[in-house]
Design a protein around this ligand. Structure first.
Ligand code: SAH
Ligand code: SF4
Length: 356
């Protein structure tokens, strides 16, 4: 299979395509003009266009399904060139909003990106885990998800986006391709999304958190904590036996963080498992030495799943406890609940339908 042009940083492209300024022109065509064909690239010599078309593909994704929820969340199922499928989600926050100081803000768009087909971590609550692990995504396949969503939505090239690596897969288990994708996405002559606008969510591979930190990409991290004691966390995330809570907290403390920012801890709330105030109390204690913010997520049930969605009252009580004890805490509204919301669910649904 040919490499895709999205696999390359501008510097790498400049090495392949001489003279070097051509790389910049190609970036412009791909990321700003949304060219889908090298022949469109009018300011390149014809011979170069043909050569590029011979050597490279542009878009490695084909949209096979798209669902929109009543709150505007869009969920895409993309086929890769080998026929495997991944999910990408576009979250559209408020339309226009005015903050406390009267400043007007445009709506916020966040793209939730996948990094692997399947996942090795095997969390007991996660539908992606059920299918096991198939393969890592290449850097270009990660970059392409953002580009494909922008093209599909007709978003202008300069439209500001936030990126969260919270789709299918464990980003830090594919660190090399992830880091390369982050660099390509950051390029000011390409998608131009700074590190500050990109958040890597991890189930807690502590050694890789250190490695990511050492790469100094300027990205944020979010930790999928989900439990405050190792027994329960190991039940939910088997890998916790190798990388326990203490090792994760230590790694977070070493991570280079913009001093104005906080590290996000995600806490998936499951009815009668971790939704009690005793857990909230332990959470406050655990995070006391860290500039943290907690995001409580409703467990989203699916057929055949082991767990139940918590009720609103216990969510609220949990959140109130944290806030009253000085821990910043928000409840994630269940975006797109009516469209197979949580990760892995659209893919699973499509496979079930195909079987039927
Ligand atoms: N592997 C990384 C990247 C995101 S996984 C990680 O675990 O952090 C996808 C996200 O979906 C995680 O935040 C996970 O907590 C969430 N998730 C998985 N199954 C879910 C479910 N059934 N209900 C709600 N959120 C779920
Ligand atoms: Fe993998 Fe994240 Fe799902 Fe766990 S929650 S199985 S780490 S994708």
């Amino acid at each position: 299979m040919k490499p895709t042009i999205l696999d390359f940083t501008k510097e790498e492209l400049a090495y392949h395509v001489k003279p070097a300024f051509r790389a910049k022109q190609i970036f412009g065509w791909v990321y700003h003009q949304y060219a889908q064909d090298f022949m469109q690239m009018e300011n390149l010599p014809k011979a170069l266009r043909s050569e590029l078309a011979e050597r490279f593909d542009i878009m490695p994704l084909l949209m096979v399904r798209k669902e929109e929820s009543s709150d505007g969340t869009l969920k895409y199922l993309f086929a890769l060139r080998d026929g495997k499928t991944i999910e990408t989600v576009l979250l559209r926050m408020k339309e226009e909003w005015v903050d406390e100081e009267g400043v007007k803000h445009a709506s916020r768009y966040t793209v939730c990106v996948s990094t692997q087909v399947g996942c090795k971590v095997g969390c007991s609550f996660c539908l992606t885990a059920k299918g096991g692990f198939t393969r890592d995504l290449g850097a270009g396949e990660i970059v392409a998800q953002i580009l494909a969503v922008k093209i599909d939505q007709g978003l202008e090239a300069a439209r500001r986006l936030n990126i969260v690596y919270m789709g299918m897969g464990e980003p830090l288990d594919n660190l090399e391709n992830l880091a390369k994708a982050i660099n390509i996405i950051k390029d000011e002559e390409g998608l131009s999304i700074s590190g500050k606008r990109q958040t890597v969510s991890t189930s807690g591979l502590s050694t890789k958190i250190d490695k990511l930190g050492a790469m100094d990409l300027g990205v944020h991290i979010a930790i999928s904590l989900h439990a405050v004691d190792d027994d329960l966390r190991s039940e939910l995330i088997p890998m916790n036996k190798a990388y326990n809570i203490a090792s994760i907290i230590d790694a977070v403390k070493r991570f280079p963080i913009d001093t104005r920012k906080r590290v996000m801890f995600e806490y998936l709330v499951i009815k009668d498992k971790n939704d009690d105030l005793d857990s909230a109390k332990k959470l406050v204690k655990l995070l006391s030495g860290i500039k943290a913010k907690v995001n409580l997520i409703y467990f989203n049930p699916y057929p055949g799943g082991l767990y139940e969605r918590p009720d609103e009252a216990s969510m609220k009580a949990f959140s109130d406890y944290c806030i009253a004890h000085g821990l910043l805490c928000t409840i994630r509204d269940s975006k797109g609940l009516d469209i197979s919301a949580a990760c892995g669910q659209l893919k699973e649904k499509t496979q079930e339908e195909l079987k039927a």
